[in-house]
Write a protein that binds this ligand. Structure first.
Ligand code: FAD
Length: 514
């Protein structure tokens, strides 16, 4: 290995591999006094996971950085706009009960904590409708922008729903044809270098030897480099998050003009929850469940009933696909000259679609901190492990929040989820504080927290958490300002509802232009 980091090898051609390649190639190659060569090698024999359809708004920034236009992305990946998640039957289990966790922060966020003032009117208006316009847009299947709104700009904040296979295909074409990424389709059979030293090179079935200075392990659940070669232990988080199986189907729309939902819908069921994601061409629907609390046959029946009740055809015609996973992550993510990105680093149930955003964050970290030489790599890896270890913990806390606030007692799954041993001290402490004041910026140390206080507010108050706010002089002093924010939000909602097209019509128009 040379002392400078000039050859980066990415192993794996799923969403993790190609997103990382795109972020690195668009920002590290080209005109530079320290040019970096990027090679991606993927096995023709090992399929990608092929799911992962919901993104965060961060994906707009990522695609822009990579240099893909929004029109190209939307038209090539059957993509649609996602404005947040609608949680159905999570609190009491009633089918007509729901709340939204939208992508926009509450009105006045950063200036005034409206969650405190909303408590006075919580019997009259939901939290999301009091502080955000996005629940109204989602209720009406409205797009977050107009045809004239520029690429990646918005009226209401949004991410995407996308077809994972088409997405990897688009990224591959863009990275190889426009960003100069070397692409090798060959199966890695050997990692050269002893487990207590740096990786020197990779040997392939086709007889190649691929050398590199930094190796990025994007081999999915196999974790070929970090897990197999280096033996970095896997930390199970199944004590907190029980779901370990998914049953997924692709459901056709009832007709070409059927509405496209503006959000992912997550419907709670007796041993987990069902995702429902509307792409342009079809819906992706799946049941994520705990194998300790149900069996495959019962899970299949739950999914069958959901599809039948939601305008789908007979499920038997849809070829359901079962995916097993272990909730958890590696003990470290960057070891010596190898960093794991994507499912090789870990995976948790997709309740808040947090996997792709972790890939985007990882890719951007590598770009920004790309070690100049081998000595600084040790320092960079230390920082990376600390930051990403913190992020995994925060994701687990936030996912667990959805379960422990539920009052469902229709199955052991929900009762077990509220047992204190599965709840971290950090989450328990915050919940104690939030009995007397609403979550706020000061609750979390990082500016770019993976789940901010705003997200906690939407889930807590969507699920009926009771905060007894003290109305001290400070509170009273800002009461008028708070009322103005509520009124403004209401007026904005009324105005933009009438000006926004439906998702379906906007997507049709954009794709016609493409
Ligand atoms: C049920 C389910 C639903 C999900 N929903 C969401 C969601 O809504 N939002 C979200 O953000 N994420 C979601 N995810 C996660 C998301 O799908 C993944 O994070 C994402 O697809 C990245 O996968 P990957 O690239 O790490 O792995 P994979 O797609 O598995 O890719 C692995 C790659 O490694 C290669 N490989 C393996 N072995 C070798 C070898 N020996 N030699 C060469 N190459 C090799 C394979 O060929 C392949 O290209 C979901 C996951 C599941 C299971």
């Amino acid at each position: 290995m040379s002392d400078s980091v000039s050859k980066i090898v990415i192993v794996g051609g799923g969403s993790a591999g190609w997103l990382t390649a795109g972020l690195l190639a668009s920002q590290l190659t080209g005109d530079s006094d320290a040019p970096v060569e990027i090679t991606l090698v993927e096995s023709p024999d090992v399929k990608t996971i092929g799911v992962g359809e919901g993104t965060w708004p961060t994906m707009r920034i990522t695609l822009k950085k990579i240099g893909i236009t929004e029109t190209e992305f939307l038209s090539r990946c059957s993509a649609s706009f996602k404005q947040g998640t609608k949680f159905v039957a999570w609190s009491s289990g009633n089918e007509d009960e729901y709340y939204y966790h939208p992508f926009s922060v509450p009105a006045g966020y950063g200036e005034l904590n409206l969650a405190s003032y909303w408590q006075e009117q919580k019997d009259r208006v939901s939290f999301v409708d009091a502080v955000s316009t996005q629940g109204h847009l989602c209720d009406r299947n409205l797009a977050p922008k107009q045809l004239a709104t520029p690429d990646y700009a918005f009226v209401a904040n949004y991410g995407y729903h996308l077809d994972a296979g088409q997405f990897a295909g688009l990224l591959q074409k863009h990275c190889t044809q426009r960003l100069g990424v070397n692409h090798i389709r060959d199966h890695i059979i050997k990692i050269n270098g002893s487990p207590d030293a740096d990786i020197r090179s990779l040997s392939t079935e086709g007889g190649m030897e691929i050398e590199g200075d930094l190796f990025i392990d994007c081999t999915g659940l196999r974790s070929l480099l970090l897990g197999d070669h280096y033996g970095i232990p896997f930390i199970s988080r199944a004590d907190s998050l029980f779901n370990d199986t998914a049953l997924a189907v692709q459901v056709p729309y009832a007709g070409a003009e059927a509405p496209i939902a503006s959000q992912t819908t997550s419907t709670a069921r007796s041993a987990g929850w069902i995702w429902d994601i509307g792409l342009q061409s079809r819906r992706g629907v799946g049941y994520t469940y705990s194998s300790a609390h149900t069996d495959d046959e019962a899970a299949f029946e739950v999914l069958r009933q959901y599809v039948a009740a939601n305008r789908g055809p007979e499920i038997e015609s849809l070829e359901p696909r079962k995916i097993n996973f272990k909730p958890g992550h590696r003990e470290q993510f960057w070891h010596r000259n190898c960093v794991a990105v994507g499912m090789s680093a870990g995976f948790l149930e997709p309740l808040e679609a947090s996997a792709l955003v972790m890939i985007e964050l990882a890719g951007q970290f590598i770009v920004e901190e790309c070690p100049a030489d081998r000595t600084s790599m040790a320092l960079v890896s230390k920082r990376y492990n600390k930051l990403f270890g913190y992020r995994w913990d925060r994701i687990i806390d936030f996912l667990k929040l959805h379960y422990l606030l539920s009052e469902r007692d229709d199955s052991e799954f929900w009762v077990d989820n509220r047992q204190p041993e599965g709840i971290s001290d950090s989450l328990a402490e915050r919940l104690e504080l939030w009995k007397h004041r609403a979550p706020w910026l000061t609750d979390f140390p990082y500016q770019d927290e993976i789940f901010s206080a705003a997200s906690y507010q939407y889930v807590l108050y969507g699920m009926g958490y009771d905060t007894q706010v003290r109305r001290n002089a400070r509170y009273q002093a800002s009461s008028n300002a708070a009322q103005r924010f509520f009124v403004d939000n209401h007026d904005t909602a009324t105005r933009i509802i009438s000006g926004l097209p439906s998702n379906r019509s906007l997507l049709n128009n954009i794709c016609r232009q493409a």
